[in-house]
Design a binder for this molecule. Structure first.
Ligand SMILES: [Zn+2]
Length: 105
């Protein structure tokens, strides 16, 4: 059973299964203190992923630990595999899909 569930539609609340070779957009959290990162909130479109990233940003800025949030392009397969890695520090994982920096708020 391959594939990955991605959020679609309004704020990604609906879900759809996509094939492993589908390229999706996901939010990347970089934790500067630990130099680790993770990918969350897969979406089918850049616009929806950016919206998810803004929600992430707004969420974490209230807390003591503040990850750097960015949007990346990644295949569904890579993202699914990456979920099984804890505290990933690999330098060659997907980075910044968007040229636009996260909007300061
Ligand atoms: Zn990684």
């Amino acid at each position: 059973m391959g594939g990955l569930w991605v959020g679609v539609g309004w704020f990604g609340l609906a879900r759809r299964r996509v094939a492993d070779n589908t390229v999706v957009f996901a939010v990347r959290r970089d934790w500067p203190d630990w130099r680790t990162h993770e990918f969350v909130a897969p979406r089918l479109t850049l616009a929806e992923a950016e919206r998810a990233a803004q929600a992430e940003h707004a969420y974490w800025r209230r807390g003591p630990a503040r990850p750097t949030v960015s949007v990346v392009r990644i295949s569904a397969n890579d993202l699914r595999i990456h979920r099984n890695r804890r505290d990933c520090k690999a330098p060659d994982c997907a980075v910044g899909a968007s040229d636009r920096a996260p909007r300061p708020s």
